[in-house]
Design a protein around this ligand. Structure first.
Ligand SMILES: Cc1cc2nc3c(=O)[nH]c(=O)nc-3n(C[C@H](O)[C@H](O)[C@H](O)COP(=O)(O)OP(=O)(O)OC[C@H]3O[C@@H](n4cnc5c(N)ncnc54)[C@H](O)[C@@H]3O)c2cc1C
Length: 308
C-alpha cells in the first residue's frame, strides 16, 4: 500500500513542470548520476566504451520528452544525428532508443513520423538500429501506427516497445507478429488508471511472462527488458526447452545503474545484455520514474545526499 502511494506520488512529480525546473536549477544532480550516463555526448562516449569492454551492448538515448514546438524537435533531431555519427565513427557497440514525444508526438503525429523516419533512415545508412520507446497509454496507438507505417514502406531497422501492465499488450503483440517485429517487452513505467492497466503487480508479472513466451515462440526479435530475476530465469528456461538460441532471437536489456551484478552475471553466462544508458541535461522525469520503480531508491538517494 505504502509502495503504491509512493509510486503514484513520484510518477505525478515526474510530470510537474515547477518541480522539474526547481530540481534542475537548485537540486544539482541529486542522485541522478547513478542512472544517467553523463550530461553531454563527450561524457557519455567513455561510459559506452567501458560498457562495451565489459561485454555489454548499449541502447543510447538523449534525455528529454514532451517538447512543445516544431523548432525544438528539429534541434532534438540534430542532436540525434550527431549521436548516430559518433556511434558510427567511433564504432561503438550501441544502438539508439528515442521517445516520440521528444520528436513532436504531442504536437502532431505527422511531425513525429517525419522526424523519426528521417532519423531511422539516417541510422540505416550507418548500419544502426533505432527503437521507439513507449510512453503514456495515450501514445500507444500513434506510436504503433508510426511503427507499422515505417515497416510498410520498408524502413526495417526499427522496433517498438510493449508494456505488460496494459490490458491491450497481448492483442498488440498478436497484431504485430505478421511483420516479424523487433519488440522490447517491459512491465511499464507510467501512472495508468485501472481502465487501461492491471492495478495489481502480480497480474502485470503474469502478463509479462505470457508476452515473453508468445514473442519468443514467434518469428522476430525480442528484447526482454527487466531486472526481474524470476522473469529472466523463466525466459532462459522457456528458450532452452523450445530450442531457441539467444543470439539473433532475443537479448536481455537493463537500465544503466540498476542491478549491475545481475547484468554481469548474465554476461558471464554468455547471454547478450544491452544496457539502456541515457545522457543529457533533462534528467528529472527519467530520474523520478526510476525512483518510483523502487521507493527504496529514495532512501538510497537521501542517504547519499546526507553523506556528501
Ligand atoms: C532497457 C529498458 C527499457 C525500458 N523501456 C521502457 C519503455 O519504453 N516504456 C516503459 O513504460 N517502461 C520502460 N522500461 C521500464 C519498465 O517498464 C519498468 O518500469 C522497469 O524495468 C522496472 O520493472 P522490472 O521489469 O525491472 O520489474 P520489477 O518487478 O519492478 O523489479 C524487479 C527487481 O528489480 C529491481 N528494480 C526495478 N527497477 C529498479 C530501479 N529503478 N532501481 C533499483 N532496482 C530496481 C526491483 O527492486 C526488483 O527487485 C524499460 C526498462 C528497461 C530495463
Amino acid at each position: 500500500m505504502f509502495a503504491a502511494v509512493a509510486r503514484a506520488l513520484l510518477l505525478a512529480s515526474s510530470r510537474n513542470a515547477s518541480l522539474n525546473r526547481f530540481a534542475l536549477t537548485h537540486g544539482g544532480r541529486l542522485g541522478a548520476r547513478r542512472f544517467v550516463a553523463g550530461e553531454s555526448l563527450d561524457a557519455f562516449v567513455p561510459v559506452v566504451r567501458e560498457l562495451n569492454a565489459a561485454g555489454f551492448t548499449v541502447a543510447s538515448g538523449i534525455l528529454g520528452e514532451g517538447v512543445s514546438t516544431e523548432a525544438e524537435t528539429e534541434a532534438v533531431c540534430a542532436e540525434y544525428r550527431t549521436l548516430l555519427d559518433r556511434i558510427a565513427d567511433e564504432r561503438l557497440g550501441a544502438n539508439v532508443a528515442l521517445k516520440l514525444t521528444h520528436l513532436g508526438l504531442a504536437i502532431d503525429e505527422g511531425l513525429a513520423l517525419r522526424n523519426v523516419r528521417g532519423l531511422v533512415e539516417y541510422a540505416a545508412e550507418r548500419g544502426i538500429f533505432v527503437r521507439m520507446d513507449m510512453e503514456e497509454s495515450a501514445c500507444v496507438e500513434p506510436t504503433l501506427h508510426i511503427y507499422r507505417t515505417m515497416r510498410s514502406i520498408g524502413v526495417d531497422n526499427t522496433g517498438v516497445v510493449l508494456q505488460a501492465y496494459l490490458y491491450r499488450a497481448m492483442g498488440d503483440l498478436e497484431a504485430l507478429l505478421a511483420v516479424r517485429p523487433n519488440v522490447r517487452l517491459v512491465k511499464g513505467a507510467y501512472l495508468e488508471s485501472a481502465a487501461v492497466a492491471f492495478p495489481r503487480k502480480r497480474d502485470v508479472d503474469r502478463n509479462y511472462k505470457a508476452l515473453i513466451e508468445r514473442a519468443l515462440a514467434a518469428d522476430g526479435f525480442t528484447a526482454i527488458a527487466t531486472h526481474d530475476e524470476d522473469a529472466i530465469r523463466h525466459t532462459i528456461e522457456f528458450a532452452r526447452s523450445h530450442g531457441i538460441a539467444a543470439r539473433g532471437r532475443f537479448e536481455f536489456q537493463m537500465l544503466y545503474g540498476v542491478r549491475p551484478a545481475l547484468q554481469r552475471r548474465l554476461i558471464a553466462e554468455e547471454y547478450p545484455v544491452r544496457v539502456a544508458a541515457p545522457f543529457g541535461g533533462s534528467w528529472f522525469p527519467y530520474f523520478m520514474r526510476r525512483l518510483a520503480e523502487r521507493p527504496a531508491n529514495v532512501a538510497f538517494i537521501l542517504g547519499s545526499m546526507l553523506r556528501r
